[in-house]
Design a binder for this molecule. Structure first.
Ligand code: TXA
Ligand code: MG
Length: 312
């Protein structure tokens, strides 16, 4: 937890928002709450600020960032919206949907934000604290999930500090993230061809394109991601003694994603349970079967990647 900075924890009140805004305007890194997970924000129009995001996360430079804006109008200054893209934006923004769209040449974004692609990933988040900061900075904010690259995403300010304390200026504590799973990413190709690059809280009623069917464009699709750093078994009904058991419904476990078997609750608790499992004394992790219905497919997507050992 050593580093160059003494990371400030800011309260989500007027002075905390003002401090976060000033730090961001100065090119600093501030972790902010969104309705999905905490994001590590920096001004998207500044190359040095964006470079610092990659450095703080240890993120490979080929993995582009999501740009967060306050409104559809602001998004339209950054990317071209086809009618199909407009329809999705109007239906789901503000909310947990990211659109990958053709970038405007005059968008004014730092080159590294889009990692050399001619598309840009944009979303208008719904979290009131994030919206206040976006409104106050009057800037597009690049923000990947606020965790070291490859590790578990943060749904609480304390999760952010575990992996980024000393590497960023501040975290704005907005409590627990409601959805708990990263935004659905949809690429809009040409006039109206839609591809789901990452399943998430918004169900757009399309099948997900798997990495084996195409070249990997969203590295969030890489097989290994969200790793708790321990061996992990999925679909387990009988855990071993040395396993931290993450339960669901009737299978209670050491921690349960949802005793009631509620899918939304399971999504919102997923990363908190993985963080606990990672910190526990148990050497391995087991997870109960999670039904594929609704947001269950996004939960299973993240669990599969968390259970896949990194090739490093
Ligand atoms: O809910 C979320 O989306 C959170 C919050 C903070 O907004 N952010 C998030 O960011 O999950 P990150 O960096 O962890 O994941 C962004 C994903 C990556 O898989 C990246 O490859 C993909 O978006 N991405 C970004 N720009 C892209 C582009 N132009 N084309 C395709 N994929 C892109
Ligand atoms: Mg991430």
């Amino acid at each position: 937890m050593s580093g160059k900075y003494v990371t400030e924890t800011l309260e989500a009140d007027e002075s905390g928002v003002a401090r976060a805004t000033a730090l961001l305007r100065d090119g600093g890194l501030v972790a902010l709450p969104t309705e999905t997970v905490y994001g590590l924000a920096a001004r998207a129009d500044n190359a040095d600020a964006v470079a610092r995001i990659y450095a703080a996360k240890g993120r490979p430079s080929f993995n582009p960032l999501i740009v967060h804006v306050a409104s559809l109008e602001q998004a339209e200054a950054l990317a071209r919206f086809s009618p199909a893209a407009l329809e999705l934006a109007e239906k789901h923004w503000p909310g947990p949907l990211t659109l990958v769209l053709p970038r405007r040449e005059d968008a004014g974004l730092a080159e590294a934000v889009t990692a050399g692609l001619d598309t840009v990933a944009i979303r208008v988040p719904a979290h009131p604290v994030m919206r206040r900061v976006l409104g106050a900075t009057e800037l597009p904010l690049a923000a990947p999930s606020a965790n070291r690259s490859g590790f578990i995403s943060p749904t609480r300010a304390t999760h952010v500090l575990v992996s980024l304390s000393g590497r960023i200026e501040a975290v704005l504590d907005g409590g627990e993230c409601r959805a708990g799973i990263e935004s659905t990413i949809v690429a809009v190709r040409g006039y109206d061809r839609l591809e789901v690059l990452r399943p998430g809280p918004v169900d757009v009623g399309l099948r997900v394109i798997t990495a084996s069917e195409k070249t990997i464009e969203a590295p969030g699709q890489l097989a290994s991601h969200y790793s708790p750093g321990k061996p992990m078994r999925l679909g387990v009904t009988q855990p071993d003694n040395d396993e931290f058991f993450i339960g669901f419904a009737d299978l209670a476990g050491d921690r349960s994603l949802s005793l009631q078997g509620d899918m939304e609750e399971a999504a919102s608790r997923l990363y908190a349970c993985l963080h606990e499992a990672a910190l526990s004394k148990k050497l391995r992790i087991a997870v109960a079967p999670i039904p594929e219905k609704g947001i269950g497919s996004a939960i299973n997507d993240r669990l599969k990647r968390a259970a896949t050992p990194a090739e490093m």
